[in-house]
Design a protein around this ligand. Structure first.
Ligand code: AHR
Length: 501
C-alpha cells in the first residue's frame, strides 16, 4: 500500500514564494502579443498591456518575473527601450529569428507590468555584448533617488521616483549564448561586473550569477570557489526536453505512453541535480547564504506545426501539468537552498501558462497547476514520508507518486500530490502523526483528463480544468483516497493542534 505520513510538528523551512516565479523573454509572441498590444489596440489594455492576461496571472499570484531574457538579454541594450516609443530605434532580435524588435516594450513598460501583476521584477543584465558601464548606468537609471543626468532622463521619460529593484542577474548562460565562456573567465568577469552593480539608498540589489545547466557541476564548483563571496544567488537551467535529444524533440501533443514516461523520468532528474549542485554549494557556503536560483526550467517540445521554429510556441497537455507538479514538489522539498525558480516561459513560449490568439486567451494545464500550488507560497515545509510503489514500463521504473506538504499562515496543511501513472488510478493511505496536528476537515481539488495528451484549444478552452475532489475519507488522524490516473491534486486540511478543540 502507498502511504503518506505527515509529521505536522516538524517544520523544515520556509518555501520562498519566488519558487513560483516566471520568465518573460523577447522571444516569439511572449512579450509582443502575449503582454504588449500597445495603447491603440482594440484588445482591452492598461497603458498597452493586455488586461485579460494580467487578470489571469494576478489570480495565481505571480511573485516574481524575469526579463528581458534569456539569450535575448545578452543582445539587449537598455537605452534602445526608453523615451518616446515612436522615436525608439528598431533593432534586430538576432537570437530569436532575426525579427524586428521595435523596442516598444522596454524598462518602463516592464516595470509597469510588474506593478500591474504585483510581482517583483528580476532583470537580467548583458555581460556578453554589453559593457560594465552600460550595466552600471541601467542600475542608476532605475534605482537612484538623487540627481544625475540619468535620473533626469528617467523623470523626462515619465518616472519621477526610482523603482524598487531587488533581483538583478549578471549575464545569462555565459557558458553558451551569453559568450561561450569558460567558468574561470566568467567568474572573473562576474566579479568585475558585480562591483558596478550598486545598491542605492534603500534599494538593496540581490546579485545573481549566471550559473550552470543540467549536470555541469564543474561550473558550479568554479563559480562558488572563485566568486561565491560576491554573489547572493547562483542560477541553474534545466529543461525537460521531449524526444531523443535537443535535435529531435518530440511533439507536444502527439505522443505515446513510452514518450510520456520518458518525459516524467527526465523531469524527476531535477531532484538529483538540485541535490548535487547544492552539495557543491554547501562545501563553499555551509550557511546557505547563496541561493540556488533555477531561473529557467520547464518542458521543451517541438513547436506547433506551421509556426516559426524560432518562436518556440508549443501546446501544453496533462503531461506538462505532471512535469510542473513534480518539479514544483521537488523545489518545495529543496527550499533550504532553492529560493527562486522561473518557469520558461509565461505566455506563448515553451511551457506557457497562457496562450493567446489575437484577442483570445486560453489557460493551459500548467496554469492550473500553479493555481493549485499557490498555497505553498511562503508556507512552512512540513516533514513527511512518502512510501510508494513504482510505475514500471519496459523494465524502467519511476515512483508512482510525488508529494509536498506545507502549512500556511492560517494553519492549513496543504498536500500536493501527483499520480504519475498514465492509465492506472492509485490508492493512498495517509496519516498525521500523533504529536502534531489533528485534521478536522479536508477540501480537495484535482486536475486530470481521460488522456495524457488532453489539452486546451481556442475551440475547446476548458477541456482540461480544475474540479472539486471529494474522494478523501477522513477518520481521526487517518485519511484515504484514490488518485485518478495522470492527475495533480491538492488536499487542504483544516487542522486543530492536538489537545485543542
Ligand atoms: O527559454 C529559452 C532559452 O533557453 C533562453 O533564452 C536561454 O537562456 C535558454 O537556452
Amino acid at each position: 500500500m502507498n502511504r503518506l505520513i505527515i509529521n505536522g510538528d516538524r517544520k523544515k523551512g520556509k518555501i520562498n514564494r519566488n519558487i513560483y516565479g516566471h520568465f518573460a523573454e523577447h522571444l516569439g509572441r511572449c512579450i509582443y502579443e502575449g503582454f504588449w498590444v500597445g495603447e491603440e489596440s482594440p484588445i482591452p489594455n492598461t497603458r498597452g498591456i493586455r488586461e485579460d492576461v494580467v487578470a489571469a496571472l494576478r489570480k495565481i499570484k505571480v511573485p516574481v518575473l524575469r526579463w528581458p531574457g534569456g539569450c535575448f538579454a545578452e543582445h539587449y541594450h537598455w537605452q534602445d527601450g526608453i523615451g518616446p516609443r515612436a522615436k525608439r530605434k528598431k533593432t534586430v532580435n538576432v537570437y530569436w529569428g532575426g525579427v524586428t524588435e521595435n523596442n516598444h516594450f522596454g524598462t518602463h513598460e516592464f516595470m509597469d507590468l510588474c506593478e500591474q501583476l504585483e510581482a517583483e521584477p528580476y532583470i537580467c543584465g548583458n555581460v556578453g555584448s554589453g559593457s560594465v558601464h552600460e550595466m552600471e548606468q541601467w542600475i542608476e537609471y532605475m534605482t537612484f533617488d538623487g540627481e544625475s543626468p540619468l535620473t533626469l532622463l528617467r523623470k523626462e521619460n515619465g518616472r519621477e521616483k526610482p523603482w524598487k529593484l531587488r533581483y538583478f542577474g549578471i549575464g545569462n548562460e555565459s557558458w553558451g549564448c551569453g559568450g561561450n565562456m569558460r567558468p574561470e573567465y566568467y567568474a572573473d568577469l562576474y566579479r568585475q561586473y558585480q562591483t558596478f552593480v550598486k545598491s542605492y539608498g534603500e534599494n538593496k540589489i540581490f546579485k545573481i550569477a549566471s550559473g550552470s545547466h543540467d549536470d555541469d557541476y564543474y561550473w558550479t564548483e568554479v563559480l562558488m570557489e572563485k566568486a561565491g563571496k560576491f554573489m547572493d544567488g547562483l542560477s541553474l537551467h534545466y529543461y525537460t526536453v521531449s524526444g531523443d535529444c535537443w535535435q529531435n524533440k518530440g511533439s507536444a501533443t502527439e505522443f505515446g505512453i513510452e514518450e510520456y514516461f520518458r518525459c516524467l523520468q527526465k523531469a524527476l532528474l531535477m531532484d538529483d541535480l538540485l541535490t548535487k549542485h547544492s552539495a557543491i554549494m554547501d562545501k563553499y557556503d555551509p550557511e546557505k547564504r547563496v541561493a540556488l536560483i533555477v531561473d529557467e526550467w520547464g518542458a521543451w517540445h517541438q513547436v506547433e506545426p506551421g509556426t516559426n521554429p524560432r518562436f518556440l510556441y508549443q501546446q501544453n497537455t496533462i503531461r506538462d501539468a505532471l512535469i510542473a507538479g513534480i518539479t514544483l514538489n521537488i523545489f518545495n522539498r529543496h527550499c533550504d537552498r532553492v529560493q527562486m525558480a522561473n518557469l520558461a516561459q509565461i505566455v506563448n513560449v515553451l511551457q506557457a501558462l497562457i496562450l493567446t490568439r489575437g484577442e483570445e486567451m486560453i489557460l493551459t494545464p500548467t496554469y492550473h497547476v500553479f493555481d493549485l500550488y499557490q498555497v505553498h507560497q511562503d508556507a512552512d515545509l512540513l516533514d513527511f514520508q512518502l512510501d510508494c510503489g513504482d510505475y514500471e514500463l519496459d523494465g524502467k521504473k519511476i515512483p508512482l507518486l510525488s508529494a509536498a506538504v506545507s502549512q500556511d499562515g492560517a494553519g492549513r496543511v496543504n498536500v500536493t500530490l501527483c499520480n504519475l501513472h498514465a492509465t492506472d488510478q492509485v490508492s493512498l493511505e495517509g496519516c498525521f502523526n500523533s504529536t502534531g496536528l489533528r485534521p478536522e476537515r479536508v477540501e480537495g481539488m484535482v486536475l486530470t483528463a481521460d488522456q495524457v495528451n488532453a489539452h486546451n484549444t481556442f475551440e475547446e478552452p476548458d477541456r482540461v480544468k480544475l474540479a472539486a475532489f471529494n474522494g478523501v475519507k477522513l477518520s481521526g488522524a487517518d485519511f484515504t483516497l484514490t488518485l485518478p490516473a495522470a492527475s495533480v491534486l491538492r488536499l487542504s486540511f483544516v487542522c486543530a493542534k492536538q489537545g485543542e478543540r
